[in-house]
Write a protein of this length. Structure first.
Length: 164
């Protein structure tokens, strides 16, 4: 489905994988400024380098891990008093969090299918612009019955640049 709301990208990111695939991402800093700032810092610090997807649960593909000593951020979602207009469509990135409102540390997930029931529950902050890349990645991973990814390409690097 198409986006009803068209967020303005403030940054672009590319995740490159060791199998030659890549994910091209738009980041929406006007809609989720704290989350995009936090995500950019994680990318710049190499937090995702060498990692792979770690779980696929309820059609949410998770990357990253929580970072020791990193303070959680208060994401832009309904329970934090922020109306996040980014639709919960396939390819959208959201910052993972615990039950606390300022618990977004170092994990994010990608929606592998449209899921409007998540609207307002997580800080959506970007989207994969070419879903063929996501489909190729999904085809290349193996998942156990409990949702753990047992085989997946590793991230070889992340590049970031401001949108023009």
């Amino acid at each position: 489905g198409a986006f009803e709301y068209k967020p303005e990208p403030t940054y672009h990111a590319t995740f490159n994988f060791d199998n030659g695939s890549s994910l091209h991402i738009e980041l929406y800093g006007n809609d989720a400024p704290e989350t995009v700032k936090h995500f950019r810092k994680l990318c710049e610090d190499g937090h995702f380098d060498g990692r792979s997807a770690n779980s696929l649960i309820d059609e949410l593909l998770y990357f990253g891990k929580d970072v020791e000593g990193v303070k959680g951020i208060k994401g832009e979602f309904a329970d934090n008093g922020v109306e996040n207009k980014i639709p919960m469509k396939k390819g959208v990135l959201c910052m993972a969090r615990g039950s606390e409102y300022d618990s977004a540390y170092g994990q994010f997930f990608v929606l592998t299918k449209n899921n409007s029931s998540l609207k307002g529950q997580y800080a959506a902050f970007g989207r994969i612009t070419e879903l063929d890349g996501l489909n190729k990645l999904l085809d290349s991973i193996t998942v156990s019955d409990d949702g753990k990814v047992t085989e997946s390409p590793k991230i070889t690097g992340v590049s970031l640049h401001a949108a023009h």
